[in-house]
Write a protein that binds this ligand. Structure first.
Ligand code: XMP
Length: 516
């Protein structure tokens, strides 16, 4: 394992992903973990991430010097670089020379392990106030910028490396190459980690864990629960039952996709619960977004509990249901373990998920994986492309894409508009470029229009195409006007009561991706 030491902000996750893209397994650990504990995990290499602190700030995270003396290769980035510098006797000062954003880097030593084979001039992503003015003894300075004399250094003998910038972000043009040089050349690691290994490992672990007991899994139609279920199905076959709650807030064709395609691809035993009426009744008259979310979450749990009682009843005499499968991903694990008290912007709920007081042992076969890795696993398990490549869709479904009260008529209308948008985006080949495109019905807004010879007084539909890497931040997608035009024409022509289509051009922050 390669350990990525997290000094805050969101850099560590991105670094861990980049390491895995280099086919080396990585895990994130907090910077508060004692060095002895890190070393006890026998890491092949350690990477120190960037972070928001200044090394001279009171209470800024520190590192025990022992980390650099254990013979384990270390790569410091940004804050990690500065920390390495000060810990080993170099100089970092607050020169007032700040660098933010894209910066030209002058590589000054071509014999360098990190920079070999990369150009003398390259563009890198900087974000720092303090700067390193002298490298520690025994280190060679390998790059500088117009502002910073020491922008990279290395001690090849001790296998210690550092760069002032962020090689993990896309704007650093040779970042991935430099990271790979550290891993393969500096640390001597062979790239061998693949999602194929993950499947084998997990199948064996799940068999061992479950034995001859039974498990259930809530399917939401989303990628994570589908892949988790398929993986567990491969391990324990008919000892697994999947439950799919049709709450009527799904998009067009989604329930059928789960009922037919997913079952055909995996052979899983599926119990479909039709709870549309129940959800509509519970949502009647409710317009507040948080209240909607809470109601949907609560009803979901109730329906699931009933279904589970039935499954248990059906299985009586046989083995009781002892395990629950959840599609928890690595970012959820890292974020919930962070304990830094991030603000609750929206009460997210995972429809594949369940309340804590249920007495189940959890199986979480994806808890070490990032989303793109989950997709690869799904592909290897033979799941249909439409499920594996699905855009993220919120647990509360279309219920939070209707601004105003949720009714059957409005859901049907939104389903039509959404299906048109999805069809056109797919036809235009934009599915990969667009992270997701919520289609939102402003049910409480009306505007005047003219259609045929008559005046109309209808509702607007909002298109919200966003580009993102992880949904934590997002930008609105600059998509071609002709595609927008086609979607707009079709929606206003084909969807009753809609006479206007508008485009949301807000990034996140300040807007969130969903409207509620
Ligand atoms: P926001 O709107 O917070 O959304 O910018 C970020 C990402 O999360 C999805 N989302 C949810 N996913 N349960 C989920 O499983 C939820 O309650 C939920 N709310 C938002 C949203 O679609 C986007 O991808």
């Amino acid at each position: 394992v390669v350990l990525v030491v997290d000094f805050g902000a969101q850099y560590a996750q991105l670094i861990a992903r980049r390491v895995r893209e280099a086919r080396v397994y990585s895990e994130i650990v907090p910077s508060t973990m004692p060095v002895a504990e890190m070393l006890a995990r026998n890491p092949r290499a350690i990477i120190l991430s960037g972070g928001p602190s200044s090394v001279y700030e009171e209470g800024a995270p520190r590192l025990d010097r022992a980390l650099f003396e254990a013979g384990v290769p270390v790569f410091g980035m940004c804050y990690g670089f500065q920390l390495m510098a000060v810990t080993l006797g170099g100089t970092v000062d607050n020169t007032g020379a700040r660098e933010y954003g894209r910066t030209p880097l002058h590589v000054s030593r071509s014999g360098s392990t990190l920079f070999e084979g990369t150009p003398d001039e390259q563009s890198v992503w900087m974000s720092h106030g303090d700067a390193c003015s002298a490298a520690p003894d025994g280190f060679a300075v390998t790059a500088s910028t117009d502002v910073v004399p020491v922008a990279a250094f290395e001690n090849d003998e001790k296998k210690l490396y550092g760069v002032q910038y962020h090689p993990e972000v896309m704007h650093s043009t040779h970042g991935q190459q430099i990271l790979e040089h550290f891993l393969y050349r500096g640390a001597g690691i062979e790239p061998s980690w693949t999602t194929g290994n993950v499947i084998e490992e997990q199948v064996a672990a799940i068999r061992e864990q479950v034995g001859d007991k039974r498990a259930i899994c809530g399917l939401s139609g989303g990628v994570d629960s589908a892949v988790a279920a398929a993986l567990v199905q491969r391990a324990i076959g008919s000892q697994l039952t999947c439950v799919y709650v049709d709450h009527g807030l799904m998009r067009k064709g989604e329930t059928e996709q789960v009922e037919k395609d997913f079952v055909a691809a995996t052979g899983v035993q599926l119990k479909v619960v039709d709870a549309q009426e129940r959800f509509l009744t519970a949502l009647a008259g409710v317009t507040d977004p948080e209240e909607k979310r809470k109601i949907i979450g609560r009803e979901f749990i109730r329906v699931f509990e009933q279904a589970q009682a039935e499954i248990i009843a059906e299985a009586s005499g046989d083995q009781p249901v002892e395990f629950l499968v959840q599609g928890t991903l690595y970012p959820d694990v890292v974020e919930s373990g962070g304990g830094t008290g991030t603000a609750n912007i929206k009460s997210h709920h995972n429809v594949g998920g369940l309340p804590e007081d249920l007495e189940f042992k959890l199986i979480e076969p994806l808890r070490k994986l990032f989303k793109d890795e989950v997709r690869m696993v799904g592909q290897e398990l033979g799941l249909p492309e439409e499920i594996v490549q699905r855009q993220p869709f919120p647990g509360p479904g279309l219920g939070i894409r209707i601004v105003g009260e949720v009714t059957k008529e409005r859901l049907d209308l939104l389903r039509e508009a959404d299906a048109i948008a999805r069809e056109e985006l797919t036809a235009a080949g934009l599915d990969r470029e667009i992270w997701q495109c919520p289609v939102v019905l402003l049910a409480d807004v009306r505007s005047v229009g003219v259609q045929g010879d008559g005046r109309t007084y209808g509702h607007p539909i909002v298109l919200r195409p966003v580009s993102s890497e992880d949904a934590m931040t997002a930008d609105w997608t600059r998509m071609p006007y002709d595609v927008l035009a086609r979607i707009s024409t079709r929606i206003t022509n084909e969807v009753k009561d809609v006479n206007r289509v508008v485009l949301d051009v807000t990034s996140k922050p300040p807007g969130t991706i969903e409207w509620e």
